[in-house]
Design a protein around this ligand. Sequence first.
Ligand code: C5P
Length: 230
Amino acid sequence: LRFPVICIDGPSGAGKGTVTWRLAQALNYQLLDSGALYRIVGLKAFEAGLITEDTSNAIDEQAVLALTQNLKISFVPNNDSGRVDIIVNGEAVGEQVRNETIGGYASQIAVFPEVRQALLKLQKDMATRSGLVADGRDMGTVVFPDADVKVFLTASAEARADRRVTQLLTAGQEADFEAILATIKARDDRDENRATAPSKPAEDALLLDSSTLDANAVYEQVKQHCRDKG
Ligand code: C5P
């Protein structure tokens, strides 16, 4: 018995999180937030002193791998936040793991092939119990190459930075457009140009640019694509 898998890949801020959540709710599928896995490893590596603020310092891959192998990670849907809560070794991880600093740490350890390999089984196993909607960079290319539906959701770096600014201002925080844009571009660059599992569309993925679309329009187009794929 094989359960259906829907992959939603693309850079951060393109709207993957929202469409993934809505699909998982509508279809009653599990949700894999693969970025959260890399974020947790990035956070733990930082806490262990393996990542420093100076990005030119080399990171000890074997030490990050050892730390990764000791993590037991699971996800619990949270209807209030509209995403999954992350449970690591039995404890819920706070929302701070979602911030841009941790996103940067995540992309620094995400270049390591052995770390990616160590996270592979957990990801694949999530498709063995029920249908799955998987959000990430390499869901359609590496983790679930046989997925039923693949979407690569992008938006211009400027549109994504604009959204981020609005989010921060709405939350009563400060936001500097140029600084945010530079951070987004640096993370995209690292994710797209690494040797192992770079962020890129699968050959059979639907390419969708959300620069001028709202979340509802994105959801409707992805839903239609799922219907087309049967
Ligand atoms: O999607 P999110 O912003 O949470 O991902 C954080 C980082 O984790 C990405 O910038 C990327 O470096 C890494 N990642 C990855 N492969 C995935 C998901 C995330 O390399 N499937």
